[in-house]
Write a protein that binds this ligand. Structure first.
Ligand code: F6P
Ligand code: MN
Length: 295
């Protein structure tokens, strides 16, 4: 089944929005080979931008502006929320155009992460109407959730997104993807990591958040980029990374946390809000809450 048919039961504007983003994803998928250089700029977080980061950002901005469906757009590569005057619908989008882009030079999987809101994007993630990500690996896949299950499509040789897996549920699994340096772990986090290791969890951390969470969604376990000594507020971004991927994992039966509460209940203090991130199975998230409540 093609993506368009699968979206048939949804409101037409929302369906068109997911399809438009899918089309932007196809353009990004085709753009990798010719845009491998590093640009001479940094984003607002001080990260070196790749030519592809900036180009993918512009592809999405141009396509979403032209769609007439989006009024507010926040991007990891932009300092402020963009406003599109005259849009016929009132959707708000958060976009990380190319997450994991430090891996472009070594040809590992990267992806586009999207959050979809009705109206403003500066509200808790719990208010999202949907989220999706496009993963550019050996296959290009599109995973979407509009509050009716999590579904995955693969881009086929004809350029169509074709259903690969419907109603994905996160299984039990024993892998973990732990970001940051062990020497800087905070006390509760260290105890939690030791407990996972004692249970036989294996490390799988690529440096691409979207790819690592995708793996956890399919194999179980937990991703974390915690707060740590010197950066207690964490590294990853609530709006662009934590919320959309967290929304998908929660809808697939998993859980999220900043170490104490669901990411989706956090009130953002601005577009650049960073947060400690835990995304994965309920039992792993319950366990970090237990260790953090003891400190
Ligand atoms: O977007 C930030 C990001 O590249 C994530 O995709 C990834 O999980 C993380 O940073 C990797 O950070 P580090 O290089 O500190 O391991
Ligand atoms: Mn990112």
């Amino acid at each position: 089944m093609k993506l368009q048919e699968h979206l048939a039961g949804h409101e037409p504007e929302l369906r068109d929005l997911v399809l438009k983003i899918g089309e932007s994803g196809k353009k990004i998928h085709r753009g990798f080979a010719s845009r491998q250089s590093v640009s001479n700029t940094q984003n607002v977080y001080g990260e070196t931008q790749m030519a592809l980061d900036k180009w993918a950002d512009q592809v999405l901005i141009d396509d979403l502006r032209a769609s007439g469906l989006v009024r507010h757009l926040a991007s990891e590569e932009q300092p402020d929320v963009l406003e599109f005057e005259g849009a016929k619908a009132d959707y708000g989008i958060t976009q990380d155009p190319l997450d994991g882009s430090s891996l472009i030079g070594v040809n590992l999987a990267v992806g586009t992460i999207i959050g979809i809101f009705k109206g403003s994007v500066l509200v808790p993630g719990r208010e999202m109407v949907g989220a999706m990500y496009i993963l550019y690996g050996p296959l290009t896949t599109l995973t979407y959730c509009l509050r009716k299950g999590v579904h995955e499509f693969v881009l086929d040789d004809n350029g169509d997104y074709v259903l690969q897996k419907e109603n994905i549920r996160i299984p039990d699994g024993k892998i973990f993807a732990p970001g940051a340096l062990r020497k800087n772990y905070l006390f509760g986090h260290m105890k939690w990591i030791e407990a996972l290791e004692a249970e036989g969890y294996k490390i799988r951390f690529s440096g691409s958040f979207v790819a690592d969470v995708h793996q956890i969604l399919h194999k179980g376990g937990v991703f974390t980029y915690p707060g740590y000594v010197g950066k207690e507020g964490g590294k990853l971004r609530l709006l662009f990374e934590g919320n959309p991927m967290g929304f998908i994992v929660e809808q697939a039966g998993g859980a999220t946390s900043d170490g104490r509460m669901s990411l989706l209940d956090i009130e953002p203090d601005g577009v650049a809000h960073r947060v400690p991130i835990y995304v994965g199975g309920k039992k792993e998230i319950d366990l970090i809450h237990k260790f953090n409540s003891e400190v």
